[in-house]
Design a protein around this ligand. Structure first.
Ligand SMILES: C[S@@+](CC[C@H](N)C(=O)[O-])C[C@H]1O[C@@H](n2cnc3c(N)ncnc32)[C@H](O)[C@@H]1O
Length: 365
């Protein structure tokens, strides 16, 4: 069966590989040099050693290397979208036609639930996250899948260039399968019958949960309509039975205690603190006795990062489409879980290749 995929031509793939390498160079070599300049030149020459991110930023941001880093970060992001969107524009109509066939195929295996009149929550509705042109909701023709194709093409490139990915090619399910392993370690006796992936995006990782637990009912929910449409077609092309819902993870409408594993991958740092709190409450409402809630997100807590990294991350919050990187990690997650009623709660780091990820949730007694 034909499968939905982000399909760059050879030239486009070469350009995308160049952008990945450029971003890797900026994120590691240039940022590493920035740290050395800060430690070896700026701090020794300062009146007092900076103690806070704001003090470190005041010292660092005027330096020419910091300006070069900022410029390269910004322009490599522009290049990312230029190269990715070129593939999307060339392949969109064929992929949309394929998605249409897969979605309307008699005897299809899974389901797609769209909510007419649904208003996606901010910031997804109001922000071009990652500076993706038009954001996650871009629709220039009815049923437009271009935002989803571009997200699909960019996400692994973006993660890998930050040393936060598996090295996987677009479309791989490695991250979800890794999180399934974390769930197994944290709840070895749990055999989930119903799994919910909150903020499932374009569904690649959601498919991973179905491959890990083929007998479970696997549901993905996301507030970006183009994403769940694509996710549904992706699952159908793979011959996997999953259910995808357009909706708000903070107010899903699913019945109380209807899932025994609830997961998310990098959902919470793309929402406001108020929404994170609502998502925590909703997850606890939906999880059955014995079930596990396992959210996974960015590992950028200030106490674990040098001040220079805090400064560069906060620059990306202000200028590079990452509105909540620092706000999210400034939340006291252990306290938030307690306030949301969680028991057997955890808010820890889990090793993941060179970089760990932050995982938080709880197991309902
Ligand atoms: C960074 S993406 C991650 C997608 C996917 N989990 C992955 O690993 O690629 C975050 C996703 O969360 C979705 N999202 C953000 N806020 C949401 C909300 N309140 N309800 C449902 N989905 C939400 C976005 O539309 C986006 O698809």
């Amino acid at each position: 069966m034909e499968k939905i995929a982000f399909r760059p031509s050879r030239d486009e793939a070469a350009r995308q590989a160049f952008v990945g390498a450029l971003k890797g160079f900026v994120n590691f070599a240039v940022e590493g040099r920035l740290q050395a300049v800060y430690d070896e030149q700026l701090v020794p020459a300062a009146k007092a050693v900076p103690q806070t991110r704001a003090e470190a930023a005041a010292l660092l941001e005027p330096h020419p290397l910091a300006r070069f880093w900022a410029s390269m970060t910004y322009h490599s992001q522009n290049l990312l979208w230029q190269t990715i969107d070129a593939t999307t524009a060339r392949t969109r109509d064929a992929q949309m036609a394929l998605a249409e066939r897969l979605t309307n195929r008699p005897g299809k295996r899974g389901t797609l639930h769209l909510q007419p009149g649904f208003e996606p929550p901010a910031p997804v509705r109001t922000t071009e996250i990652h500076r993706q042109p038009g954001g996650y909701l871009r629709e220039t023709v009815p049923g437009d899948l271009s935002a989803a194709l571009s997200y699909m093409g960019s996400v692994d490139l973006y993660r890998n260039a930050k040393g936060m990915g598996t090295g996987a090619k677009p479309g791989a399910d490695d991250m979800g399968r890794w999180l399934a392993g974390v769930a197994r370690r944290r709840a070895p006796d749990l055999q989930p019958q119903a799994i919910l992936d909150m903020g499932c995006g374009t569904g690649e990782q959601t498919l991973g949960y179905k491959r890990e637990w083929p007998d479970a009912r696997v549901v993905g929910i996301d507030c970006a309509r183009p994403f769940v449409r694509l996710a549904h077609a992706l699952a159908e092309g793979e011959g996997l039975a999953l259910d995808f819902h357009e909706g708000d993870a903070a107010a899903t409408g699913f019945a109380d205690e209807s899932f025994d594993l609830i997961v998310s991958i990098i959902l919470c740092h793309e929402t406001s603190a108020a929404q994170v709190r609502a998502i925590l409450r909703e997850s606890w409402r939906l999880i059955r006795s014995g079930g596990l809630v396992l959210h996974m997100d960015v590992p950028y807590h200030p106490h674990r990062m040098p001040l220079v990294k805090q400064v560069t991350n906060h620059w990306q919050v202000r200028h590079n489409g990452e509105p909540f990187w620092t706000g999210f990690v400034e939340m006291d997650m252990a306290g938030e879980l307690q306030a949301a009623g969680y028991q057997a709660a955890f808010a820890d780091y889990e090793p993941f290749g060179a970089a760990p990820y932050f995982v938080f949730g709880g197991r309902k007694p």
